[in-house]
Ligand binder design. Structure first.
Ligand SMILES: Nc1nc2c(c(=O)[nH]1)N[C@H]1C(S)=C(S)[C@@H](COP(=O)(O)O)O[C@H]1N2
Ligand SMILES: [Mo]
Length: 209
């Protein structure tokens, strides 16, 4: 490749992971229909291997009374678009872990959304301070297409690891694949290492399919 070619190319934004391009505007992307929000029956549950062995659930009002955080983060979809510098506010996953502790054998969580969509995460990634159950984006309440009333945001992973319309968190003592992880996407979903597809997985990256 010649010098001139290099000079004419726009310098890549260092916040863009390999193979990603910038997106203007915010596309809507999901599998299946948009759920209708039912305020009276909506809850957010924690189940599985809790330390107390009990399930926990928050009503819509209770969830909205929890302590809140704001996180600035980039957003990377595996279909190669990225949006930089989003402001998400909501409840830190860390806060939910403190309120409903997992038992000491928990290694992973499954985050469940309406209609059975799910995504698995290592407990450490879930517990990271940047992982947030977001109700707002750039100061505005989420629209229903973008996950109202609450979606998960996991800045260190491709965006499919962030279910929209979250309804439950399952504490797990072993890893298990979520919706896309069962359908050909990489268990780890690290955008910086381009861990996009399950055929790239090394032994130990995830449970067998
Ligand atoms: N419930 C649910 N959440 C989902 C998805 C989905 O299909 N269902 N798709 C994921 C994918 S692949 C992406 S890129 C983002 C897109 O979020 P957006 O529509 O707000 O841009 O949502 C994620 N969360
Ligand atoms: Mo995506």
């Amino acid at each position: 490749m010649g010098q001139t070619e290099h000079a004419s190319a726009e310098p890549a934004d260092p916040r863009l992971p390999p193979g990603q391009r910038l997106q203007r505007g915010w596309p809507v992307l999901h599998y299946g229909p948009v759920p209708r929000f039912k305020p009276l029956t909506w809850d957010l549950q924690v189940f599985g291997a809790t330390a107390s062995a009990e399930k926990h659930s928050w009503s819509f009002e209770e969830f909205h009374a929890l302590p809140r955080v704001t996180v600035r983060a980039d957003f990377h979809c595996v279909t190669r678009f990225s949006m930089l510098d989003n402001e998400w506010s909501g409840v830190a996953a860390r806060t939910l872990l403190d309120l409903v502790p997992p038992d000491e054998r928990v290694t992973h969580v499954m985050v469940w959304a309406e209609f059975g969509y799910s995504a698995n995460l290592p407990l450490a990634e879930f517990a990271d301070g940047s992982t947030v159950f977001a109700t707002h984006h750039d100061g505005e309440p989420l629209t229903v297409e973008h996950g109202f009333p609450v979606r998960l945001v996991v800045p260190g992973r491709y965006a499919w690891k962030g279910p929209k319309w979250v309804r439950a968190i399952e504490y797990m003592r072993a890893d298990r694949r979520g919706f896309w992880e069962e359908r050909g996407y990489h268990n780890l979903a690290d955008p910086w290492a381009e861990k996009r597809y399950s055929y790239q997985e090394e032994p130990g990256d995830g449970p067998l399919r």
